[in-house]
Design a protein around this ligand. Structure first.
Ligand code: PGA
Length: 252
């Protein structure tokens, strides 16, 4: 009932011409995909990606944005700029942004609100650090992150956003959460959404898993009932690998 959504997070990789080449190759493999597909490229590659993706089934995303309309925010990018460039999705609160660039649950909330007002679809990242999982507070951590991020939204708005559950210890490490761990924690996030916005919203919202998800483990993860998609880092940098994640229904 929830349409799966697979998104690539390219992080800080590739030039505009490399972007065009990779996407042209990718489009070849994913024309017949059954799920929604998004690629979140670096800001400077958005124009090249837009050109490559025009009229196709692959949607364009950015990896960050600022919550202000415009003004004296050196180095930042506004929602108006993203929309004008043809962007539809935006990753918000990725753990690398939280870890290296000082983003907090509160700045995540400001960005989510602004993205919704502007008409961008946020992919909101939540997830526990290794020591938090080891001390048994994973559920509390993801619950707080989810509550703060969604605090000002209506149930209708929440239905339209994407949450990505990304355990920090699994990102770029080759360590994936087990299918069951990912399913269980996503279930916790869905429960929180239900408590705040009602059962219908909880059943409608799409929640992805992210963290070393790739062409080998996508099949198993996507068979879990709570997991509605993936946010893919490393494996999205290779057209063939990413296309295999997109075709997660095919057994590897
Ligand atoms: P990874 O990254 O797939 O390389 O672990 C996922 C992410 O950071 O979104």
């Amino acid at each position: 009932m929830r349409k799966p959504i697979i998104a690539g997070n390219w992080k800080m990789n590739y030039t505009p011409s490399e972007t065009h080449a990779l996407l042209t190759q990718l489009l070849h493999f994913v024309q017949d995909a059954l799920c929604d597909i998004v690629v979140c490229v670096p800001f400077l590659n958005i124009a090249a990606a837009k050109q490559a993706l025009e009229g196709t089934n692959v949607h364009l995303g950015a990896q960050n944005m600022h919550w202000a309309e415009k003004g004296a925010y050196t180095g930042e990018i506004s929602t108006e700029m993203l929309l004008a460039a043809g962007v539809e999705y935006v990753i918000i609160g990725h753990s690398e942004r939280r870890q290296y660039f000082g983003e907090t649950d509160d700045t995540v909330r400001l960005k989510v609100n602004k993205a919704m007002d502007a008409g961008l679809i946020p992919i909101v990242c939540v997830g526990e650090r290794k020591e938090e999982r080891l001390s048994g507070i994973t559920d509390e951590i993801v619950s707080i992150q989810t509550k703060v991020a969604l605090r000002d939204l209506t149930a209708e708005q929440v239905q339209g956003i994407i949450i990505a559950y990304e355990p920090v210890w699994a990102i770029g490490t080759g360590l994936t959460a087990t299918d069951e761990q990912a399913n269980e924690t996503i279930g916790v996030i869905r429960k929180v959404v239900g408590e705040l916005f009602g059962a219908e919203t909880a059943q409608g919202i799409r929640i992805q898993y992210g963290g070393s998800m790739n062409e080998r483990n996508a099949y198993g993860l996507m068979r879990q009932p709570e997991i509605d998609g993936g946010l893919i880092g490393g494996a999205s940098l290779d057209a063939e690998k990413f296309s295999k994640v997109v075709h997660f229904e095919r057994e590897p």
